[in-house]
Design a protein around this ligand. Structure first.
Ligand SMILES: O=C(O)CNC(=O)[C@H](CS)NC(=O)CCC(=O)C(=O)O
Length: 322
């Protein structure tokens, strides 16, 4: 009996050693493939802020995250929706809006240059939208501080939150036109990514469109409410990752912004198999980093070719109200 137990223990130890060595071999293979390609895996930082109505304090938090992201070897730092300002009313949001080439965004372009980082500025209140409103604009700047892409939030959060407040984003904001904004940064960062914002995450068709345009990662900068975050945040982001077979990188707001508004936090990185690879919890300012394994994206898509299996006649059912 004791001999059998000892044998089983030995088998288990052997199994553990083999598994470990297989994992080591995989890691070695990945490293050598990356070396063969001349680069390490692209490293990105996903940030979490507690923005308020104080522009200078918000900029100071962003500066801390830039320093931390650069020190961690990241080439891109993602900041959440409303990174530069969270207003207490639609009027305040409109009054604080600026053009994308204005002095406010210039401060963030300066951070990009100073720290040698690309920045995803996930939700800037852009002045001059039709109807005396703003656009909620996700801007990507490169390490020279120049604009690489702009995406204006399509789906606006006009919702009577179950267990929470009623938020009417359309009081301050005009939606952007339907478009799938893709940033092909293969030459500079080593990957391609798509732009979305917060409440968009509930509309899978946008994510499928981005995946079909070849994105390796999709950014979802957010300021999720606490009740909807507790119920849906991880679930929605993992679902979008599984469907699009892409990395999902979701910068977040966390904690109290003013007496009326709190956010859920949990800035997240999800891999293309749906595994949460990093979660910032509720600390702010804070960040998590993730190395994007593009071989994983390629192999999951090859083994399970969802996009090739998608049927036009079924997609068309979406357009019909019955
Ligand atoms: O632009 C700003 O100032 C801040 N914007 C936001 O906080 C936006 C609109 S109110 N929030 C969301 O979309 C939350 C979505 C959400 O919580 C859900 O889908 O459950």
């Amino acid at each position: 009996m004791r001999g059998a137990v000892r044998r089983l223990t030995r088998v288990a130890a052997l199994h553990r050693a083999l598994t470990r060595s297989t994992a080591l071999q995989h890691a070695a293979r990945r490293a050598s493939m990356a070396a063969a390609a001349g680069k390490a895996l692209p490293r990105v930082a996903v940030g979490q802020l507690n923005s308020t109505g104080d522009h200078a304090a918000n900029l100071a938090q962003a500066e801390k995250l830039c320093a931390a992201a650069a020190a961690a070897g990241a080439n891109l730092l993602c900041l959440p929706e409303a990174f530069s300002f969270i207003g207490a009313s639609p009027q305040e949001t409109i009054s604080q809006a600026e053009a994308l080439d204005g002095p406010r965004l210039e401060q963030y372009r300066t951070l990009a240059r100073r720290h040698g980082l690309w920045l995803s500025l996930g939700g800037f209140h852009e002045a001059g939208a039709p109807g005396n409103r703003v656009h909620n604009t996700h801007v990507v700047v490169d390490a020279a501080g120049a604009t690489v892409a702009e995406y204006r939030k399509i789906h606006l959060f006009d919702v009577d939150v179950p267990g929470g407040a009623t938020l009417l984003e359309s009081k301050s904001t005009t939606p952007g036109k339907a478009e799938a904004v893709v940033v092909d940064a293969r030459d500079q960062l080593g990957f391609t990514f798509g732009l979305t914002t917060c409440y968009d995450v509930r509309f899978p068709e946008l994510y499928v469109a981005l995946a079909r345009r070849g994105c390796d990662a999709i950014l979802v900068p957010s300021a999720f409410t606490v009740p909807t975050g507790e119920a849906h945040w991880h679930l929605l982001l993992r679902a979008r990752a599984v469907e699009s077979q892409s990395y999902i990188l979701a910068a977040a707001q966390s904690g109290a912004h003013n007496e009326k508004r709190r956010s859920y936090g949990h800035a997240l990185a999800v891999d293309p198999w749906g595994v949460v690879v990093a979660d910032a919890g509720d600390a702010a300012p804070s960040l998590v980093t993730v190395d994007l394994d593009l071989e994983k994206v390629r192999s999951i898509r090859e083994k399970m070719p969802i996009q090739a299996h998608r049927r036009r006649d079924v997609v068309e059912l979406l357009l019909d109200d019955g």
